[in-house]
Design a protein around this ligand. Sequence first.
Ligand SMILES: Cc1cc2nc3c(=O)[nH]c(=O)nc-3n(C[C@H](O)[C@H](O)[C@H](O)COP(=O)(O)O)c2cc1C
Length: 190
Amino acid sequence: WHMVGRPAMRPRTSLDATGVFYSTMTGNTETCGNHIVEALKGAGVDASDLTDIGDADSVDSFDSLIVGAPTWHTGADSERSGTAWDEWLYDTLPSLDLSGKKVAVFGCGDQEGYADNYCDAAGELFDQFKAAGATLVGMTSTDGYNHVESKAEVESGKFCGQMFDEDNQYDESEGRAKAWVEQLKGEGMF
Ligand SMILES: Cc1cc2nc3c(=O)[nH]c(=O)nc-3n(C[C@H](O)[C@H](O)[C@H](O)COP(=O)(O)O)c2cc1C
C-alpha cells in the first residue's frame, strides 16, 4: 500500500522554532535550562520545552538550537559532561547536517571547586557542533567569574556561550539567562 501521488508528509513543523536541549547529573543544568526557557517565553520566542538530549530525536529539525551541559569527568580530554551528551556528540551528531543552523551553548560548572576546568564540557559542545557545520553564536564575557582555566573560554576573556554556576553564583543564573536571550535575539538567532 503506497500513498501514490501524494506529497511526502513533513514529520514535524518546527522548522522555525528553537530547540532547547540539556543533560544533567544532579539537576543544576536543568535549573539553568529552565531559566533560559522562561526567558525565551518572556521574549516571545517560539521554542521547545527543555528536553533531555538522552530522550531527543530530530534535533536537526529545528532551525536553531540552544544546548547545555554540566561538567564532570574532570581532566579527561573528551566526554566531559558525564551525561548522555558524551555518546550523542560522537555517535549521533556526526550524522546530522547542521550547516546553516545557529547553535548557542550553555554550561554549568563549579568555578571555585574546579577552577582549572570550569565548564570544560561546554567548550567540548562548542567544538563538536562547530565541526558538524553549525554557526555558533552567543559568546559572552568572562567578567564576573573567578576561574583559572576553562575549555569554554575559547578566546581570551570570552566564553563560547553562557556559563552558569549553581554552586557559587546561583543568584545570578536567572539574570544571566535573561540577558543572554536578549543577546541571542540581538544576534539574530530567532
Ligand atoms: C566529581 C565531580 C567532578 C566535577 N568536575 C567539574 C569540572 O571539571 N568542572 C566544573 O566546572 N565543574 C565540575 N563539577 C561541578 C559540577 O559540574 C557542578 O556541580 C554542576 O552544577 C553540576 O551540574 P548538574 O547538576 O546539571 O549535573 C564537578 C563535580 C563533581 C562532584
